[in-house]
Ligand binder design. Structure first.
Ligand SMILES: [Zn+2]
Ligand SMILES: [Zn+2]
Length: 277
């Protein structure tokens, strides 16, 4: 393989489609294949879709120890996953895991992360028995923005065994009034979270899933502006695609977000951050 590095500029200029064969420097850093309970995507189809877009792909399968679904749903077997997917590892295909953080399963989660992954994403998918997807999506239980963000802060104050803080705007995908999560309505707690990220070298993700929507872009902008103001330098950019079509979705907007606030997009390989430039 030609290892000439492609720059971010040239990738963006190419409209996201370019000659495959150069070393890919832009990765979709957050995707799920059929090893995640909520995805049916074959790894090969994901890899092909990423290559067609001229980007690399990082699989980050779900491991949620506190998920309300019966075992083994949403709890990928890390050893079996790495064994099955080792054959796909390449300059443009990396293997990671997305761990649903939980105060009740700190050790289980640390153990799940302690394998040969390129990246570990820590995400808050549930808050003390309230499952964000199920419960805020018309389910029985509820939490408010303050409770969600306070729980996130509590988790970030523990020992850190992950590289990336996944989708800080996860509940806004499902709640009726995403404005409840606006920076200005929760600035104290957002500031604490962002200060911890800077201090502990946790890289916040720009999750591109909602960024096709201008309102969502404007809602997230102050959070990344503050992160930079507090000394944060790096972000990862991931689509959270669960199918081939969504790989690289809204990347233009996500890179615009990073550039607007002077943040450098990175990806992780062997748990080390690699700058895209
Ligand atoms: Zn997630
Ligand atoms: Zn995900």
């Amino acid at each position: 393989m030609n290892t000439e590095a492609r720059t971010l500029e040239s990738w963006l200029d190419s409209g996201g489609r370019a000659d495959y064969g150069v070393r890919i420097m832009v990765f979709d850093t957050h995707t799920h294949s059929k090893l995640s309970t909520d995805s049916k995507m074959n790894a090969e189809d994901g890899i092909r879709a990423a290559r067609n877009k001229g980007i690399g792909i990082i699989f980050t399968e779900h491991y949620d120890a506190d998920c309300p679904h019966p075992f083994p749903e949403f709890r990928v077997d890390g050893a079996a996953y790495l064994k099955a997917y080792e054959k796909y590892r390449a300059a443009d295909v990396l293997l990671g895991i997305e761990i649903g953080l939980s105060m009740d399963f700190l050790q289980e989660n640390k153990d799940a992360a302690a394998r040969d992954f390129d990246v570990v994403i820590g995400s808050v998918h549930s808050v003390r028995g309230v499952d964000i997807y199920t419960d805020l999506n018309g389910g029985a239980k509820s939490i408010n923005a303050g409770e969600y963000l306070t729980y996130m802060k509590e988790l970030l104050n523990q020992d850190i065994f992950f590289d990336v803080l996944g989708h800080i705007d996860y509940p806004q995908r499902y709640v009726e009034n995403p404005e409840e999560y606006d920076y200005l309505k929760n600035s104290d707690i957002y500031d604490e979270i962002l200060h911890i990220c800077v201090k502990k070298h946790i890289v916040p993700e720009i999750n591109s899933k909602r960024l096709g929507d201008d309102k969502a872009f404007r809602q997230l902008a102050p959070i990344y502006a503050k992160y930079r103001e507090f000394g944060g330098l790096f972000v990862t950019i991931g689509s959270d695609a669960h199918n081939p079509k969504n790989i690289g979705l809204n990347f233009k907007e996500a890179f615009d977000m990073a550039r607007t606030f002077g943040l450098s997009p990175v990806y992780f390989e062997k748990r080390k951050s690699c700058t895209i430039d």
